[in-house]
Design a protein around this ligand. Sequence first.
Ligand code: B12
Length: 472
Amino acid sequence: MKILLVSSSVTVFGFDRVTRLPNLGLCSIAGNYYCPDDEIKVLDLVVTKNPEKTFLATLLSFQPDVVDFSCMIFQFAEIVQLAGVVKNFNKDITTILGGYYATIDYDNILSYDGCDTLDFIIRNESETVFNELIRCVKSGIGFENISSLSYRDNGQIIHNPCSGVLDIDKLTLPKRSARIIKKGFHFLGIPADTVETSRGCPNNCKFCSILQMYGTTFRKFKIERVIADIQDAKNHGAKLILFTDDNITIDGKRYIEICDAIINSELNDIIYITQASVTGIKKTPGLAEKMAEAGVKFVFLGIENIVKENLSIAGKSKQNTQSDILEVVNDFRKCGVIVIGSFILGNPNDTKETMDANYKFANEINVDIPFFLLLTPFPKTKIREELLEAGLITNLSDYSKYDMFQANVKTHYLSSERLFELREEISYKILKKPSRILRLIILRPSFLLKLAIDHIIHHPGELLNYIKGMFW
Ligand code: B12
């Protein structure tokens, strides 16, 4: 049997210019697939120029029996289109959808218009279940015993219950060699890959859709496994690695151990990017320095918001004071780590003033790159329920806009159009001041210059505004 695992090409506007990262989940499924007679390949469409053409060419050359799709919510429209391409190509090919979107909207997807081209949905983490499903696809029986599976049976849609989280110690390494496209993954032009050290997060943030995936569990991979995985990514050409963990700093002591293991294995010649929480860094003295020593060059720091009442969307451990945040940003800056500070705007009580206050704060504490996202009512999240009740959701069903950059909500004081405008304004202010992103420019001068020139060629009218902006 031939199995093709496909991830979506759709990226948030502008994201593709800065980074294109490979999908780790699909390589993990390939690595944990146990039938040696079958052939399993991963097609990461994020690095293709013409996804549909590449996809069709792969169907022709590989002739798969099963095609599996992975996507985030805003990418789903493309998957529906590709599933249509599969069934037009050969209606006997089995199609399966898994991943984040499948997990949060599994109970609706199979009855949506145009989704009759999807045969199965698997929700949650799927390394084990995937093996079981393929076994049953081969025999055509036994679907009722597969946990987390949704499928059609005599015109009825069945949703089998989920059996809880996996014992991750049983997982073997992701299979990067299964990738059909091996080049083109990058972060700021540096060849990049993804590695996980843990799964899940105990925080109960109301906006986060990962709760549906793992609940509030936090499971850690053994440190030897993490090192072997980094080594494998390096062997496949990575010079930069993004740790995909939701909250690696939850266990600061273990993170220090990981850093030591990286240093001892001489893997600190790689650049690492990691998410970090203010609480996690603050409660573990020496962690920021150790991360820098191990090669962490960027942290994605979840600040969320500085207005106290807006912080009610975030879990307990994210209720940080401004001085805590300042202290952590300073810790990182002192040891040369570039801080991407992530803020969530568009909270029910946000006004222009509260949004400006967040921008001003990001500037004052010298976050290298403030990253302003908009609160997005992902299905099944607590925040969706609350926003629905308050009548603040302006786009309930066009999920292609659920990318956290577009406004799908309004606030009690701002229309969604105004909210979008304000987010754009404050996001671009930063780009107009090269002095603000000096540390980034020093790190990747030629890449950023190329990006700027490319942008000017495509948007010549903006050049004047840009120059004006530099002095504003
Ligand atoms: C790493 C990551 C990224 C990376 C890279 C993503 C990539 N190439 O895969 C970067 C930094 C680029 C990124 C960006 C964004 N991300 Co992101 N990201 C993550 C993160 C932290 C980890 C993903 C991961 O690799 N996990 C580890 C692997 C092993 O697990 P996995 O991918 O979940 O795969 C397992 C299962 O899902 C399942 N599975 C997956 N696919 C399939 C397919 C089949 C057929 C089957 C059977 C099973 C299956 O089995 C796998 C193995 O168990 C998740 C949160 C999370 N913990 O999942 C958010 C997450 C996926 N991101 C999210 C968002 C919103 C974004 C952004 C839109 C945010 C923004 N505006 O900046 C952007 C979009 C970027 C773009 N493409 O344009 C949301 C998605 C919400 C949703 N419901 O769709 C998540 C869930 C975060 C959250 N807390 O809500 N992200």
